[in-house]
Design a protein around this ligand. Structure first.
Ligand SMILES: [Zn+2]
Length: 132
């Protein structure tokens, strides 16, 4: 028995192959089967007429600072994006030694049009390296 069954959707599996109609069975938070499924589920969603696709990766965002006050990146995830790449266009909040943070803030003020006050108060500067 699936925990969740997405029934009758148009499946775009991300492989590059043409889309097809089918069902998606989910158990313990993972897709366990795709096809014309007969097994029952705790919860079934009729997704007829809807696209069923893995989350999209947005390789070019400018969410670096925004994620501090919008940790879900709602401008992306509300549109199906589940992964984002930061640090584009030569802008990144990391690495940033304490003595360089003002220069980083100036760049974000100028390029991203985010106010200095928002960057100083909205970003918790607790790192030096990118890994941190
Ligand atoms: Zn850019």
């Amino acid at each position: 028995m699936y925990d969740l069954l997405l029934k009758g959707g148009r499946i775009y599996d991300g492989s590059g192959m043409p889309s097809y109609n089918g069902d998606v069975g989910i158990k313990n938070g993972k897709i366990v089967e795709i096809g014309r499924l007969k097994e029952s589920a705790t919860r079934t969603l009729n997704v007829d007429g809807l696209a069923v696709a893995p989350g999209f990766i947005d390789p070019h965002t400018h969410l670096d600072a925004q994620l501090f006050w919008d940790p879900l990146g709602t401008s992306s995830c509300f549109h199906g994006v589940t992964s984002v790449v930061l640090g584009n266009c030569g802008l990144s909040l990391a690495p940033a030694k304490a003595e360089n943070r003002d220069a980083v803030i100036k760049s974000f003020v100028r390029v991203e049009a985010i106010s200095r006050r928002v960057l100083e108060e909205g970003v918790q500067w607790k790192w030096i390296s990118t890994a941190e």
